[in-house]
Design a protein around this ligand. Structure first.
Ligand SMILES: CC(C)(COP(=O)(O)OP(=O)(O)OC[C@H]1O[C@@H](n2cnc3c(N)ncnc32)[C@H](O)[C@@H]1OP(=O)(O)O)[C@@H](O)C(=O)NCCC(=O)NCCS
Length: 182
């Protein structure tokens, strides 16, 4: 699969969607931890180190949503990120990835997640990836709504599939099969 030609996808007003770089590491991992702290984002409870994140996430299709602060020297603020892992090393699944999307609590509910997901879908489709999948806790209604609006379908619910802080949790499996990668 060839990496996609990059274009700067549009985000909500004043927000830029661009490829993630190592300079974003600290803000990406803080946002990751804040998402995990909701208790509804993942079975994980602690964000990985940057080397672990960098090793497991596919190098292409990593994006951040950013906003430049007021004033000429104001630092750029990362509002959210999206990235993916390969689901298998078997050739038949070469075009299947599993993604994660995390938005800073102060930026949720303003279309940032949708903008990142749109950019990610375009990027993966341009590279020939045909299926994006994820598992979502049923309590995470924001994530379910975000993904259904972006063309994901619910495959089904895995019941009491794992324990999170000692409590059995269900996981809703979702996927988006690209209509353009044939
Ligand atoms: C889930 C998450 C990524 C959504 O991102 P977001 O930027 O807040 O979502 P958006 O503003 O783009 O909204 C996308 C859709 O979700 C809906 N939505 C957003 N927040 C919602 C909420 N709290 N409850 C219900 N629906 C919600 C929006 O109305 C919108 O739906 P619509 O297009 O039908 O109007 C974000 O809340 C988050 O980072 N949560 C913590 C980490 C996490 O759970 N990640 C997902 C792991 S599976």
């Amino acid at each position: 699969m060839t990496p996609p030609a990059h274009t700067e996808p549009a985000g909500p007003d004043g927000i830029v969607i661009r490829p993630m770089t190592p300079r974003d590491a600290d803000q990406v991992l803080v946002i990751y931890q804040l998402g995990l702290d909701t208790g509804h984002a993942s079975f994980e409870t602690t964000a990985p180190t940057w080397p672990a994140f960098d090793t497991t996430k596919l190098p292409h299709h990593r994006y951040v949503a950013t906003r430049t602060g007021a004033g000429p020297h104001a630092p750029e603020q990362v509002l959210g990120w999206i990235a993916a892992t390969a689901v298998s090393d078997r050739c038949v699944y070469a075009g299947v990835v599993e993604h994660s999307v995390y938005i800073h609590p102060g930026a949720r509910g303003r279309g940032v997640g949708a903008a990142l997901l749109n950019a990610f879908v375009a990027s993966t489709e341009a590279a020939g990836i045909w299926t994006i999948q994820s598992g979502i806790f049923p309590e995470n209604t924001a994530s379910l709504r975000l993904h259904h609006a972006a063309g994901f379908r619910t495959i089904g619910t895995r019941e009491r599939i794992g324990r999170h802080h000692g409590r059995w949790r269900n996981v809703v499996l979702i996927e988006r099969r690209s209509p353009t990668v044939l």
